[in-house]
Write a protein that binds this ligand. Structure first.
Ligand SMILES: [Ca+2]
Length: 466
């Protein structure tokens, strides 16, 4: 009896030791502009994402995950450095993030320091100004997004509306000519090279560009989605918006208003736009599938962490808005899957609202890397283990200085820089149609949620120019 106890104790000890010494591979997937209207997060959705669901089956799906900011640059910088826009001053898509945070180590740099080989491809940092936002020090090797080919003429038959960058349709002919196909090709090669024992642990960042605009996907993906039902909208939905919201919407009003006009002129245009966004999501899902095939064939399941997230959501006409850049549910709710062998239970779900500033402290915690600098959020390793009791931190989102949203399991509270407010009750109003901030009995809720707004806000850093 005593001997068997001793054996069990030794075995446990041995296992723990093995886990500490072995550095798991990390596959880190970020998708651009993918919102929550996908079957991963909404089983009724016409946009089917079987590969995202296959990934979720391996670990934990967060059903209430939110981006730190509904724009590429501030969201990505925030996730990759663990600092909110209010701490960094990186509020906008042009903010010079490295100027704001010259010494802050990104997730990737922490892994390089920890003995990892860190490679990446595609859109990881904000893609503008020919890759000026990219961080060379974050990677041992990186394949930039391939050049975006465009059709000779816009495909949406609307030369006056938007630009080629907001076009939609069936393109390119051959999916192998798409940016993401080439990104995945690179990642698959890296994964294959890492097959076998005694390899240096791999951290691979894979940035998928679709469903970001232009909303181009090859013919076959359009055939897969067909005619998708249109998003639901409410008449006069905007009547109860405060000035702060209307003001923030100004710069993107052309997108919806132009669509409305175009659809009157060429009926079916809005439908074809929606179909194209759906086709882009299905295309992105298929690229994730190609990556998962390579991971399953070449890397040991019990020693490979896989993380997938989207940098923010996207409105497709709900609230008369097409774009991100607002603080509502559709612009901030994102897919987030975390597969951590030995920690997450396959096929598990967590509905605790979190924002993705948790990623930095969590991934370091899970991989036993010391976070030597303070983070704005905490590790969610407990949630990954299924221990969600007493978790009371809400998700916090920021867009431009002074505009914030706080989301708990029932409410979304938004406060704009002019002090105006919105409050939505998700138990009754999943579409955020009825702003109940002015209802007197909700004052207590607003007061309690306001406590989570950032106490200090850094001045906005200057824009990066080239
Ligand atoms: Ca409304």
């Amino acid at each position: 009896m005593k001997l068997s106890v001793l054996i069990i104790v030794c075995a446990l000890f041995f296992n723990i030791e093995v886990r500490c010494e072995k550095k798991p591979n990390v596959i880190f997937i970020v998708i651009d502009d993918m919102n929550d209207w996908i079957s991963l997060l909404n089983s009724d959705s016409p946009i089917k994402t079987p590969n995202l669901e296959r990934l979720a089956g391996k670990g934990m799906l967060f059903t209430n995950a939110y981006c730190p900011s509904p724009a590429c640059n501030p969201s990505r910088v925030s996730v990759l450095t663990g600092l909110r826009p209010s701490s960094s001053g990186v509020y906008g898509n042009n903010s010079d993030w490295r100027k704001a945070l010259p010494k802050r180590k990104t997730i990737f740099q922490k892994f390089i320091d920890h003995g990892y080989k860190v490679k990446g491809a595609g859109k990881i940092f904000h893609h503008k100004l020919n890759g000026a936002f990219h961080d060379k020090d974050s990677f041992d090797e990186f394949q930039h997004m391939s050049k975006q080919d465009h059709p000779k003429q816009k495909l949406n038959n609307a030369p006056e509306y938007g630009s080629i960058r907001t076009d939609w349709g069936r393109f390119p002919n051959n999916e192998k000519d798409s940016i993401d196909y080439k990104t995945i090709d690179y990642c698959v090669e890296v994964i294959k090279e890492n097959k076998g024992k005694n390899k240096k642990p791999l951290f691979l960042a894979c940035g998928i560009y679709r469903p970001h605009s232009p909303f181009y996907a090859p013919q076959k993906f359009h055939e897969m989605v067909g005619n998708v039902e249109l998003p639901i909208r409410k008449k006069n939905d905007l009547d109860d918006l405060p000035f702060g919201a209307r003001n923030l919407m100004k710069s993107t009003r052309w997108f919806w208003n132009g669509m409305d006009k175009l659809d009157s002129k060429i009926p079916g245009s809005y439908q074809s736009f929606i179909n194209s966004y759906a086709a882009c999501c299905v295309f992105a899902d298929q690229q994730v599938g190609r990556l998962l095939d390579a991971v399953e064939e070449n890397l040991p399941t019990n020693e490979t962490i896989i993380i997938l997230w989207s940098d923010h959501g996207f409105h497709l006409g709900e609230k008369n808005h097409i774009e991100k850049f607002m603080l509502w549910e559709k612009t901030t709710h994102v897919p987030f899957v975390f597969v951590a062998p030995g920690i997450t239970k396959p096929g598990s779900k967590c509905s605790v609202p979190i924002d993705l500033t948790v990623l930095y402290p969590t991934i370091l915690d899970v991989c036993s890397i010391e976070a030597d600098e303070p983070c704005d959020n905490v590790s969610i390793k407990k949630l990954l283990k299924g221990e969600a009791n007493n978790w009371n931190r809400p998700a916090i989102m920021t867009y431009l200085k002074g505009n914030h949203a706080v989301r708990n399991n029932r409410w979304r509270y938004i406060r704009y820089s002019d002090g105006s407010e919105e409050l939505y009750d998700h138990h009754e109003d999943k579409n955020e149609w009825n702003n109940v901030a002015d209802v007197s009995k909700n004052a207590k809720i607003i007061k309690s949620m306001s406590q989570w707004l950032p106490a200090k806000e850094k001045e906005q850093i200057s824009n990066l120019r080239r």
